[in-house]
Design a protein around this ligand. Structure first.
Ligand code: G3H
Length: 321
């Protein structure tokens, strides 16, 4: 079994605590290194538009609100198929590219609406599941929720880990849960949300990342978007290093998804620089990298319009901004 770009899918492995114990992550060192990604001029001005267009391909365009409706999801899906206004596409000269987002991410009951609205587009539907966002629900119900979302047509499942197990350092129990979730996913890809803002230390973030990958996660994802602190660059650096350690130990390439609170086009650039520098160009493709974001596309569209016309349009001209 392979990913869309032909990388073999992570089968997981037996829990190996030697890849976890003894690893200590120093927060101030991670913060110092992460500070460079947002500030350095790694992306030349002339290349910025190309990087922003690439960021669009990497977005899991998301709506996860209590007031989601079929109509709102359908509008989001229309945006997923045609993420930029026609005048901007023409201005950039990318009419032939068939630009679309990486996926549309919704709550389980919204999956059928998204599947219908995206038919024929090749855009996968991702569903959150397992009692998102807190995950405080009996395991059998969490597994059933995965199965239900897959049966509705979700091709990707964003699960949440039990924070309690990570906080207690009960890695065996966490491994067993995520492995059962991966089995419930079947062919659908599993993204494991660590909710890093609730894990206390970066050492815990590294350990939880490693356990999720050993249990067979296809992606590791920072946050639900509902924690007090969501995606940050130091946390991402820690997860990306775990991902590299796992790759070195097993040969498998795992995807990474920062999510929650990522709103600005310049953040899209910072994260892409981090991925390229830490892991290489393969992680600038949608099968190994996604941004979980509900509102970043609006700012990217604004910046690209400025690139094309030299002017900023009023934000109300950009749907979903
Ligand atoms: O998984 C995606 C997040 O829920 C999106 O968070 P956001 O609304 O802060 O962009």
């Amino acid at each position: 079994m392979t990913t869309s770009a032909g990388h073999p899918r992570n089968p997981g492995m037996a829990l190996d605590l030697s890849l976890i114990e003894g690893v200590r992550v120093n927060r101030s060192a991670a913060e110092r290194r992460a500070a460079g990604f947002g500030s350095r001029r790694s992306v030349k001005k002339t290349h910025q538009a190309a990087w922003l267009v690439n960021a669009i391909r990497l977005i899991d365009l998301t709506t996860l609100s209590g007031d989601d409706t079929a109509g709102k999801v359908k509008r989001l899906c229309a945006k997923a198929r045609a993420p930029l206004a026609r005048r901007i596409v023409e201005g950039l000269g990318i009419e032939d590219v068939g630009l679309k987002v990486g996926a549309v991410c919704v709550y389980p009951t919204m999956v059928p609406h998204a599947v219908e609205a995206l038919e024929g587009s090749g855009i996968p539907v991702a569903s959150v599941a397992t009692g998102f966002p807190a995950g405080l629900m009996p395991l059998d119900l969490r597994l059933k929720e995965i199965e239900w979302a897959v049966a509705q047509g979700a091709a990707e499942i964003d699960i949440v880990i039990s924070r309690e197990l990570a906080l207690k350092g009960d890695w065996q129990a966490l491994y067993d849960e995520v492995k059962a979730m991966r089995e419930a996913c079947g062919e659908a890809h599993l993204k494991a949300i660590l909710a890093t803002g609730e894990l206390g230390t970066l050492t815990n973030v590294h350990a939880a990342s490693m356990v999720a990958m050993q249990a067979g996660a296809d992606f590791i994802k920072t946050s639900t978007g509902k924690e007090g602190v969501n995606a940050t660059l130091p946390v991402s650096l820690t997860m990306v290093r775990a991902l590299r350690d796992y790759g070195e130990a097993t040969g498998y390439k795992i995807g990474f998804k920062p999510a929650g609170g990522i709103k600005a086009a310049k953040e899209a650039l910072a994260w892409q620089v981090l991925m390229k520098e830490e892991l290489g160009r393969d992680w600038l493709e949608p099968d190994l990298f996604r941004f979980g974001a509900s509102s970043m596309l609006g700012d990217i569209e604004r910046q690209l319009e400025h690139h094309v016309t030299g002017r900023y349009a009023a934000s109300h001209r950009h749907a979903m901004s």
